[in-house]
Design a protein around this ligand. Structure first.
Ligand SMILES: C[S@@+](CC[C@H](N)C(=O)[O-])C[C@H]1O[C@@H](n2cnc3c(N)ncnc32)[C@H](O)[C@@H]1O
Length: 217
């Protein structure tokens, strides 16, 4: 049974996943073999396409994992575009650095070992801007990230957030696992805020574990 079965019918999931290109599937399997959390192949493929359409010059990713999504993102954007990616776990960070070296990406992907909130605060203080942001880290903190994300995004900037439906629990209390109650509550707060903020336009897409797509107006 695929765990996101509450978001899509399993046969739809299997079919969509079967169409995803091998480069994405191979990196997904690489992370799964190491038991490291990684975005679902169909989510990464959507991310790749969104980046291809937007052609950002500066990408920020929170939640590097071992670097799979950053490697795929780097293939969608131009050679002179850069990616800053933040990972809290030192072991994941080291693995990601290795993957970036092996793929000859050290001049385009700049990994940071640190906490997402602290890095967001630093980048905001430094007056940095990123025209494409991918959130894939501490789900319970996304709501608190909003003021910083809004400062970092220029007009027309895109924010993609993974796991916003969190195995269906965000949309249906009957699925709620008690120990996940706070994360689910905070994901709902996040989705409510980005959906009703007058400076943002957002939509939730039921792909993978659910993503939200936001554009700063
Ligand atoms: C789902 S994985 C990221 C997968 C990656 N984006 C990919 O698809 O290849 C989430 C990562 O976020 C990291 N993480 C969790 N909390 C964090 C935080 N507060 N700041 C930065 N990274 C965090 C975890 O250690 C984990 O490696």
């Amino acid at each position: 049974m695929i765990e996101e079965q509450y978001i899509n019918f399993e046969f739809i999931l299997r079919y969509i996943r079967s169409l995803v290109t091998e480069d994405v599937k191979q990196l997904y399997d690489f992370a799964m073999d190491k038991d490291i959390p990684v975005a679902k192949p169909e989510t990464t493929k959507l991310l790749y396409l969104l980046a291809m359409i937007k052609q950002p010059k500066r990408v920020l990713e929170l939640g590097t994992g071992i670097g799979c999504s950053a490697v795929i993102l780097s293939k969608a954007i131009s050679e002179d575009a850069t990616i800053v990616t933040v990972e809290k776990n030192p072991e994941n960070y080291e693995e990601a650095c290795k993957l970036f070296r092996e793929n000859g990406l050290t001049n385009r992907i700049f990994p940071k070992n640190g906490d997402g909130m602290e890095v967001l605060q630093e980048l905001t203080q430094q007056g940095e801007a990123f025209d494409f942001i991918f959130l894939d880290s501490a789900k319970g903190q996304y709501y608190d990230y909003i003021p910083y994300l809004k400062k970092l995004l220029p007009r027309g900037g895109i924010l993609v957030t993974d796991n916003v439906l969190y195995k269906g629990m965000v949309a249906n209390d009957d699925l709620l696992i008690l120990r996940k109650k706070t994360i689910v509550k905070r994901l709902r707060m996040y989705l409510d805020a980005i959906s009703h903020d007058p400076e943002l336009e957002s939509v939730v897409i039921p792909i993978g574990d659910g993503i939200s797509l936001t554009v700063k107006k």
